[in-house]
Design a protein around this ligand. Sequence first.
Ligand code: DON
Length: 577
Amino acid sequence: MPADSILKYIFAFCLVLSLSAAATSARAESGSLSRDPTEPASSRNGMVVSEDKIATLVGLSVLKEGGNAVDAAVAMGFALAVTYPRAGNLGGGGFMLVHLGGTGKTVAIDYREKAPLKATRRMFLDENGNVDIERSRHSVYSCGVPGTVAGLSLALEKYGTIPLGRAVATAIKLAEEGFAVSAELRKSLLEAKERMKKSSESMDVFFKNNGEPPRKGKILRQKNLAWSLKEIGRNGPLAFYRGAIAKKITAYMEKTGGLITKRDLASYQAVIREPVTGSYRGYKILSMPPPSSGGVHLIEMLNILENYPLSQYGHNSTRYAHVLSETMKLAYADRSEHLGDPDFSPVPTEQLISKQYAKRLANRINPAKATPSKYIKPGSPIPGQGTNTTHFTVADRFGNVVSNTYTLNFSYGSGLAVPGTGILLNNEMDDFSAKPGTPNAYGLIGGEKNSIAPGKRMLSSMTPTIVLKDEEPFLATGSPGGSRIITSVLQVILNVIDHKMSIREAVAAPRIHHQWLPDTLYVEKEAGEGLAAALRKKGYEVKRTGPIGSTQSVTRVNGFFHGAADSRHPGGLAQGY
Ligand code: DON
């Protein structure tokens, strides 16, 4: 055997050993939130941050064995499908931003779900022309063609160093041997039970104890999911899109009248896109381009805000919160009109992220008081957001950084799982604009550009972002939170750049959110009644609210990585080595 093959073999063997060790230690630890003090959230070699401590440990073990950030991220993507099933997934989709240390290039991998080829523009309208929410959010029609398996596989093939079989190994072990259920997981299952009831597979996997989810500390095994993961490990993404898993998905669709066909699966492809790029006070901002609205509006807002001396205003001062809120409204108004799948109709990205346009918008902000949002629709509240999407960030010692957000949309997606696979299906079709002017589940209004069409990707708010300083990775972040994702990411960046906070302070600091419609300013309770009262005086309808977003972030300062898992969501972990 040639020497390099032997080395590869030894490397692969060590990796399996260490991934198994990670799975075992993750199982042992999953009941407690304690952080291993010998592996702090600041380090030189690498950093992993996620909403699930088991997944963080999986990623970390890949890095420690010499894998790169992409290897770690892909292993985490598969592991989260097992240990964080409300959002981690095989049956959903997402976006991954990869900064490559070698070339200094950043790429954006779009593995967003697509509308099935049988989808039609009016498919969610009832006989009176109103949106049938039950159909768009909770039925088999709510499922888009999943992109996760294609996206993770593409990332690994292009930018990783380990084989796919290796990247799914720990996920298989976690599914087969099980892991200890946390209080959080049990709670999320209890909350989703009503929606999952109509799926025998979901009930068999998560509620087999007389319709009860497993108690905290009990071991949850997912045999069918282990089978699916093994298929992927052995046969690659083809197993999902053309092989044994595809067969089960199409059989389920045929049985239930769902729209996803063999052709939909066979033709699905993840796409590598150019990230959307901007600058903010000398830093370079790289984020997700359409079909996510995240990057465009993040940069649009930063461009507007660059016109104001925010650090002089002070963090969460009335003046600061006012300028932020007005900026958010302007960006979200644009979102409703201009954003959609660029493969279907052109998105004026360059115009929206131009500094000149931002100046014009900034001039429209009245410093004295709130400008009412123009087209207020009564009765379009934003429901409580939950953390039903999930973000993770990985940075390695080779200069690679991965910022990944993926989702099933709602917690456990449509609640429907494909029999025999353990795979939960998304309900992402609700992110389309089912009817112009009618808000989706996040209160977001959409227009023609985000109307339903066969094979089209629904607009997203997911905003995986990487910030460079002197062309080197400085900050990477992202968040769940539906429409609040973009504003959460924005505030982490402002806190670090303008307010000179450490990443942990930046993540912890209270947030605000405005999305133009409804004309309501959401202010986290921790920001205090004083700020809320001052903003009411400026003309805002203020709602004090629970957590906004759950950002998972890494910075690199003077050669040290610092990680911050958002404490708004229990169970996350930032760990380096
Ligand atoms: O793509 C989007 O924008 C939404 N489907 C994300 C959903 C979400 O973040 C829910 N979790 N909090």
